[in-house]
Design a protein. Structure first.
Ligand code: ATP
Length: 919
């Protein structure tokens, strides 16, 4: 078929200034099907669909603009830290020019600064491009649509849809291509993505006569990427991919840049503060050394070498800044995002990793998240008697069978389509060889009110042997309110109050066993506009088993031991909810029982807030109640994660600190607005996510602690030796080389260590505004103390060794300081493998955590060690370059220097052990 050819047939509807695509709404249902050569009863044949796919291409929107990595690379130089570094490099270069004497040393300084800035920018660019691609990849997540092909309803990738396909979209689903609606039930579509109009549009299936209609007025068209808020529809596709309305504007939409996470912002703030402080310190250092210059041994009396002093001041200032921290944060978040994806937790925005780590309340749905969502009918309650499902006598309950099969959309073939509850009931009738499909075929559906979690009912009207039969199924307590009769042995008699009580008692008994109960009812109607959901005849109930997920109990235990409260919020019956919650350990005698949606309606917000502290189970709630619960929990300073799957769950998912949607059962809307998607719908994965979030936070603290300690030690050593011996023990090249080795090589893998399970034994971090230094101050102090002590000691040992010969003492003293300042952090970095140094306020749980070496740290420690050792080779030229000497260094003295650079590691570890014993 050639659509262009067929378009000629449209001449009768064509106007001069309206494009063809805007005129599909004018055609009758029959005409549009003719044009696309499709029979709405059978759909396209598989073969024809394949041909059209080849001809018209896949149903994909034009890709958003490609990430421009070069632009990102250039922008990375605008980072405050890079700017400080570049400025310092320029100052040192300028000094050289002013002094009109460019030496190798100055050039080296410049080169090292450049290497650091470049390395930082390259890593930052790689991370940025990666995360942008990840966001783009997320947007490309595979979506499916239900399509009629060769008379069969199947679920296919939306990319394979072609013009002429007959598709079905239910509430909560996105429209997969521009579609002319052929049939609909109470259809309302949110077209804000296309038209910007926030009010959902009520749709129709008849042709419209008016001309020149705007998109928003084309009521019989469902546009690609808009969202079915209510009801459902069936229609024929006329525009796919770039030919769709959204496709035409999609090219204009560019990929958005991921914003900085709060943690990244905190780190930037911390490093900028340190950066500014370091400039002040550098200035002080310069002034002190300048005014003391007469007494400094390096400088000839009266001839202060301003250039040299300035260079040292600038380099020490730079050395204080933990430059690599921002990159470490990015790497940590990236690694965690990847790891979590492997654990079925899809993070849409790295910010949520941090927030997950801080969560102290998780509000979870029951069905599917805490339970397996594998529903099976277990018991039946017919003629006021409970029985096992396999004793069902199909010859006696024809009306019930009709209600089960007709008032349902589930399809149970090789593939199962529909809600788990409906699938369970269809599977139940199929066990008795009842052909649900032929029942549906013989009793045409005339009307319906789809199930919604507010009414907790579903209604259909069918033509059964010429009678208009209304079938209503749903939550029994809701159904009983609208039933006035019962059907027993083919006779309809009034349903008395005692009988209602009996049914309620049975409901209670089922619910006590954790079963979900579904009731069925019917009536026939004669009048045109008769109400459906009243004066019904009760037919009976089925009780459905949905066992709790086995692994969830342990996860809830883990959450509790980590100071996280788990709250169950469900639409199910309160007794069923309570039973499952008790089995899973969500509630116990320390808590009040269950609050229902109705209870919530009767309580003031203040009262509810108070009850919230004592209640962990909420049943028969509506989506609005969920949003209210999040609000009140947040008012009490809780950090709340909330799960959701339905369209109506969006407000609570948006409100929660972390909105978590379900990958399998979740609607596209829920997935769209949530921060995290659980690929397996499993509660256990939420806890894995929390674990990763807490680990990221901890790893970053270790990195901060390590970097700050190593940097302060260096500048402190310089100041102390200046004060004690009036000598400048490190020059700018040494300082910059320290930055290069320690920051760029050793510190980065500290953020890449293995996750430890023990973080889940600690209470959640108590911030939002908590300082990044909380819990690591003592680590910084102890490490700095020993690092500085042994570096200064090396110098003093040289002074003592060479006694009167200060020139030689200073020469080898500097070598000693260099060895200590370089090697000490390389060695003690191993302690920053979270197992050794506990962060104050977190318990180390050795029973939970086995020591797992960080292989990256070990490899890079070795690389750093080799690099540094190479600089110590006793060759005159190498020595001059680094401004110290190893030529002629006494081997015993060398050994002492080396041992002294190992000792900080032993001392830090020993002190910590001692402190832990004392506290
Ligand atoms: P959650 O996922 O939040 O734990 P839920 O899935 O148990 O909740 P709902 O889907 O809102 O909650 O269902 C509430 C009640 O509505 C169920 O207990 C059941 O009796 C009834 N129900 C569920 N699905 C259907 C359906 N398709 N048709 C009619 N009634 C239904």
């Amino acid at each position: 078929m050639n659509i262009n050819e067929n378009k000629n047939e449209l001449s009768d509807v064509k106007t001069d200034n309206v494009s063809l695509n805007q005129e599909w709404y004018k055609l009758s249902n029959k005409k549009i099907c003719n044009i696309f050569e499709v029979n709405p009863e059978t759909g396209l044949s598989n073969k024809e669909a394949k041909n059209r796919l080849e001809k018209y291409g896949r149903n994909i929107l034009p890709k958003s603009k490609k990430t421009n990595w070069f632009k990102i690379f250039l922008l990375s130089f605008l980072d405050p830290l890079s700017l400080i570094m570049i400025l310092s490099g320029l100052v040192s270069g300028l000094v050289s020019i002013i002094s009109q004497k460019i030496e190798v040393v100055d050039i080296t300084g410049l080169v090292i600064i450049l290497v650091i800035v470049l390395t930082n920018s390259i890593i930052a660019t790689i991370q940025e491009v990666k995360s942008l691609n990840q966001v783009a990849h997320l947007n490309e997540n595979k979506q499916t649509a239900i399509v009629l092909r060769s008379s069969k309803k199947t679920e296919i990738d939306i990319e394979e849809l072609v013009p002429g396909d007959i598709i079905f979209v239910n509430s909560g689903g996105f429209v997969p291509a521009d579609t002319r609606i052929l049939d609909n039930q109470l259809l309302k579509i949110d077209e804000s993505a296309l038209t910007g109009e926030n009010e959902p549009v009520k749709k129709i299936s008849d042709s419209i006569k008016e001309k020149n209609l705007m998109l928003g007025d084309q009521k019989n068209i469902a546009f690609m990427s808009t969202l079915v808020i209510e009801g459902k529809m069936m229609g024929v596709i006329f525009g796919t991919g770039q030919e769709s309305e959204i496709g035409k504007i999609a090219t204009k939409i560019t990929g958005h840049k991921p914003e900085k996470t709060p943690l990244e912002r905190k780190v930037t703030r911390l490093t900028t503060i340190i950066g500014l402080t370091s400039i002040v310190l550098g200035l002080i250092l310069f002034l002190i050394s300048y005014f003391l210059s007469d007494r400094i041994h390096d400088v000839q009396p009266g001839k202060a070498d301003i250039k040299n002093l300035l260079l040292i001041a600038v380099s020490s200032a730079i050395s204080l800044i933990p430059e690599s921290l921002t990159i470490i944060v990015k790497i940590c978040l990236m690694v965690a995002t990847k790891k979590m994806a492997r654990k079925n937790v899809i993070i849409k925005n790295p910010k949520s990793i941090e927030t997950l780590g801080n969560v102290n309340v998780i509000c979870s749905d029951k069905t599917g998240t805490l339970t397996q969502n594998k529903m099976t009918v277990d018991k039946i309650f017919l003629d006021f008697k409970e029985d096992d499902y396999n004793n069902f006598d199909k010859t006696k309950y024809n009306d019930l069978i009709n209600c089960i099969t007709l008032c349902s959309d589930a399809i149970v073939e090789k593939e199962k389509i529909g809600s788990a509850t409906e699938i369970a009931t269809i599977e139940f009738v199929k066990k008795f060889n009842i052909n649900y499909k032929s029942i549906r075929k013989n009793n045409e559906r005339l009307d319906e009110i789809p199930f919604d979690s507010k009414r907790k009912l579903m209604t259909t009207v069918n033509n059964v042997d010429g009678r208009k039969m209304v079938y209503v199924k749903g939550a029994v307590d809701y159904l009983l309110d609208i039933c006035t009769n019962k059907l027993i042995d083919g006779k309809v008699t009034p349903l008395t109050q005692e009988e209602k009580t009996k049914i309620n008692e049975q409901l209670y008994s089922f619910a006590k066993r954790g079963l979900r109960v579904l009731g069925f009812s019917q009536k026939d109607i004669t009048e045109e506009k008769q109400r459906y959901e009243n004066n019904l005849t009760f037919l009976g109930c089925v009780a459905i088993i949905d066992p709790p997920r086995e692994e969830v109990k342990a996860s809830i235990e883990e959450a509790k031991s980590g100071g996280i409260r788990v709250i169950m919020i469900t639409g199910d019956h309160k007794i069923t909810a309570f039973e499952i919650a008790t089995r899973l350990g969500i509630t116990d005698e320390n808590f009040d029982g269950v609050l229902t949606g109705q209870d919530i309606n009767e309580l003031s917000n203040e009262q509810l807030k108070e009850r919230l502290q004592r209640t962990n189970v909420f049943a028969r709630v509506n989506p609005e109640h969920k949003a209210l619960i999040v609000d009140l929990l947040q008012e009490d300073n809780n950090i709340v994660a909330m799960t959701g799957d339905g369209v109506n769950d969006s407000p609570s998912l948006v409100k929660a600190d972390v909105g978590i949607s379900m990958g399998i059962t979740g609607t596209e809307v829920a997935k769209g607005v949530s921060d995290v998607i659980l690929a397996d719908d499993n509660f256990k994965s939420i806890i894995s996510g929390v674990n990763s979030g807490r680990n990221v936070y901890e790893k970053i603290k270790y990195s901060i602690s390590f970097l700050i300690a190593a940097n302060i030690s260096q500048i402190l050593t310089l100041l102390l030796i200046l004060a004690i011996n009036q000598d400048i023990a490190l020059n700018s090249v040494n300082i910059l080389f320290h930055i290069f080795i320690i920051e760029t090589i050793v510190a980065v893998p500290i953020g890449m260590q293995k996750e430890r399970r023990g973080v889940m034994k600690n209470p959640p971090p108590t911030h939002k505004k908590e300082s990044l230094l909380k819990g690591i101050r003592s680590q910084i102090i102890i490490t700095t103390l020993f690092n500085t002590l042994f570096a200064v000691l090396n110098y003093e040992i040289a002074v003592w060794w060479f006694n009167d010969d200060f020139q030689t003492a200073a020469k080898f003293g500097k070598t000693g300081v260099y060895i200590a300042i370089m090697f000490s952090p390389i060695f003690y970095s191993i302690l920053y493998n979270n197992f050794f140094l506990p962060i104050k306020s977190t318990r180390q749980n050795k029973d939970v955590d086995k020591y797992r070496p960080n292989k990256w740290l070990l490899i890079l420690m070795l690389v750093a060690f080799v690099f540094t050792t190479l600089t110590l080779i006793p060759i005159e030229k190498v020595n001059t370059f680094f401004d110290f000497t190893t030529v002629g260094l006494n081997p015993w003295l060398a050994l002492i220097f080396f041992i002294n650079s190992l000792l900080p590691t032993v001392c830090i570890y020993g002190t910590y052990k001692l402190l832990l014993k004392l506290i």
